[in-house]
Write a protein that binds this ligand. Structure first.
Ligand code: PGA
Length: 305
């Protein structure tokens, strides 16, 4: 027997949309209540970005050491991003205990694109996540340092390429982790909020509300990546909250509530707890500290507090 209210069938479990707001069915003291808060409790997300570190053998050893600390993907959802050539080795090592993430994905389906890797290739080796628009990503053989002046803007933000990469991910059941963030020049001009909003609006132009809810957005101030300089918890929270506001404006409050927004930039075992306790920071994209199993485990444990 099903319950119909105002022509809408009420499911036995799960969620309904009421006046455009997602509500989750929860049973409290034997009474059914529809809770907006319940759906708003976002699952934490951690990504260990190993960058261009570790050979095949070393990647297997590091994954085993991380598993031995008890880190797993139950809560927070936790993924490792080794170099592309080591994805299969890490996927086989971690099984279902951890997710595996690529540091790059092509905007093209397949073809004459030397040096690139497609979303279908990633999915086929057990990779279910991909980082997009990381500021360290080399593109067409150039490193960020090699590109100057006006070219830098198109290097970091070729929005057509980002749109293609997001599309490839969704077609191949890969969760995209879209990076955004300002460099030091922009921060010093106090234009960081405007810049990040511009990046998001341009990058997400072809993305639907349903898709954005499944994505992860990483706010990564470029001046804090690999430099040992961290945004203060207040600075990181201000920007992650800003990202959520922009997503709410673009897609409605339900999408804004559900999208997971993480912080990246010199997060480590000492500062993680304070950063991760901020209301709008749902997790971390961790570079240097993810290569140290004990430090990565400390960051992971910061979620359970
Ligand atoms: P970092 O790197 O933690 O070494 O600063 C973060 C990132 O680039 O994702």
């Amino acid at each position: 027997m099903s319950l119909i209210v105002n022509g809408t069938e009420i499911p036995a479990t799960g969620t309904i949309k009421f006046n455009g707001v997602s509500l989750e069915k929860v049973i409290f003291d034997g009474v059914i209540v529809w809770s907006k808060e319940a759906i708003m409790s976002r699952k934490g997300f951690l990504c260990g970005n190993w960058k261009m570190n570790k050979t095949w053998d070393e990647s297997i050893a590091l994954a085993q050491e991380i598993l031995a600390t008890g880190v797993n993907t139950t809560n927070p959802e936790t993924v490792l991003a080794p170099a592309t050539c080591n994805l299969k080795a890490v996927a086989d090592t971690v099984g279902t205990n951890l997710g595996v993430c690529s540091q790059f994905v092509s905007n093209a389906t397949n073809g004459a694109y030397t040096g690139q890797v497609s979303a279908a290739m990633l999915a086929n080796v057990g990779c279910k996540y991909a980082i997009i628009n990381h500021s360290e990503t080399t593109y067409f053989g150039l490193t960020p340092e090699a590109v100057t002046g006006n070219e830098q803007a198109s290097f970091y933000n070729n929005f057509n390429i980002i749109a293609g990469q997001l599309g490839q991910c969704f077609q191949n059941n890969i969760t995209p982790i879209l990076c955004c963030g300002e460099n030091l020049t922009i921060r010093e001009k106090w234009a960081h909020k405007t810049w990040v909003e511009y990046q998001l609006r341009m990058s997400l132009a072809s993305i639907t509300a349903d898709q954005v809810e499944k994505m992860i957005i990483a706010y990564e101030p470029i001046w804090a990546i690999g430099t040992g300089k961290t945004a203060t918890p207040a600075e990181a929270e201000e920007m992650c909250s800003h990202v959520r506001t922009v997503i709410s404006e673009m897609y409605g409050s339900s999408a804004g509530d559900q999208v997971r927004i993480i912080y990246g930039g010199s997060m480590n075992a000492k500062n993680a707890s304070e950063l991760l306790s901020q209301t709008n920071i749902d997790g971390g994209l961790i570079g240097g500290a993810s290569l140290k199993p004990a430090d990565f485990a400390t960051i992971w444990n910061a979620f359970s507090k």
